[in-house]
Design a protein around this ligand. Structure first.
Ligand code: NDP
Length: 329
């Protein structure tokens, strides 16, 4: 038996979340790797799944948890054997397939990547999909030629998970980072992560004029909607915007003017189905480049029961940084 968060849906369509004791035999049969998940995390999507606020869960009952790190217990997949240390991010796990907010999971070997040498399961999950996505954004900007001497980089949703890790990664690479937040009380925290300047997100969250004063060489946006539209309209000639999130909204009320008059590039970032070589590259860079003290400042550890309480708080924008879940606590 093992402990897990279990989500259910009743006949009226109402969803519920609770801690449950489950039998290993209940795990999905089509996985070829049985794992012990030591740590998981609460990402925005896990918040949506646990609260039922958006229909991210595709089958019921569901064990949420889009991220996991721990050790392989048994495997019939050629790449994995008992004792191997893994990281799991995405692939629909915790949405269509039982996930890692649980002490056990049965997963597909092709979804797992090896944990970088020396990285603990806890560190991997403090980073989680949020941090791995932040790195995908940094990599995307750099692939477009954005460099520390190109000019200021805007990071939106900076007090959140993706935003905080993006600020830390960019600052460590020598970029001048401008952090946008609705929580100006967190200005010292953002400065400690490396933000050179902190701005009020209110300046970006109302309807955007098509072209505005050129300001950003690059943008990491986890917010979407008007914020993304304003960020694009303020991006300098030839600059690039990595769009990964929708915390303000899924809409994109913008004009094509920045694209056709300034050659601005808008790059979509997806972590869920990203191919394995890209994941391995992102995690290798995270292992090398993410400052351990900054990650510690970003992270708070909770247990499975507390995860149920924190999920709505995260969606309400009240959680700073990252929540790492010790599934044995
Ligand atoms: P968090 O909840 O940790 O952070 C989101 C932040 O967005 C908040 O902390 C807040 O920052 C800001 N925010 C919240 N509501 C609003 C609003 N109404 N208007 C403007 N800003 C707002 O979530 P994550 O960092 O884990 O995820 C961020 C986004 O990225 C989510 O939309 C998530 O779905 C998406 N995502 C996408 C991935 C992909 O593969 N494309 C992977 C991972 C995440 P502040 O208080 O500083 O303003």
């Amino acid at each position: 038996m093992f402990t897990a968060i279990l989500l259910d849906k009743n006949d009226d369509g109402a969803t519920s979340a609770r801690l449950a004791q489950l039998d290993e035999r209940a795990l999905p049969a089509d996985g070829d790797v049985l794992v012990r998940a030591d740590y998981s995390t609460i990402n925005y999507k896990d918040g949506l799944a646990i609260t039922g606020k958006a229909p991210v869960v595709r089958s019921w009952p569901m064990v949420p948890g889009i991220d996991g790190a721990g050790e392989v217990i048994a495997s019939s997949h050629p790449d994995w054997k008992a004792g191997d240390e893994f990281i799991l991010n995405g692939w629909g796990v915790g949405e269509s397939y039982w996930g890692c907010l649980a002490q056990r999971a049965r997963l597909k070997g092709g979804w797992l990547i090896a944990r970088p040498p020396g990285m603990s399961a806890r560190t991997a999950m403090a980073i989680g999909t949020a941090g791995y996505t932040a790195m995908l954004c940094v990599m995307a900007l750099e692939e477009q030629g954005v460099a520390p001497d190109s000019g200021d980089i805007l990071v939106t949703g900076a007090s959140g998970g993706v935003g905080g890790i993006a600020v830390a990664l960019l600052a460590n690479r020598g970029y001048r980072v401008v952090a946008s937040t609705g929580r100006l009380a967190e200005a010292d925290y953002l400065a400690s992560l490396g933000a050179a300047e902190v701005i009020d997100r209110a300046a970006l969250s109302t309807p955007a004029k098509p072209l505005q004063k050129e300001r950003w060489a690059g943008v990491v946006d986890s917010v979407g909607s008007h914020t993304l539209a304003n960020a694009v309209a303020q991006t300098r000639y030839g600059g690039s915007v990595a769009a990964c999130g929708l915390a303000q909204g899924m809409d994109f009320p913008a004009s094509v003017a920045p694209f056709i008059l300034r050659g601005v590039r808008l790059i979509g970032i997806d972590s869920v189905m990203a191919p394995p070589p890209k994941r391995v590259a992102a995690w290798a860079r995270l292992a090398k480049e993410l400052d351990a003290d900054k990650l510690a400042a970003i992270t708070r550890e909770i247990g499975l029961a507390e995860a149920l309480v924190q999920a709505p708080e995260l969606l309400a924008g009240k959680v700073r940084g990252r929540l790492v879940v010790n599934v044995n606590a």
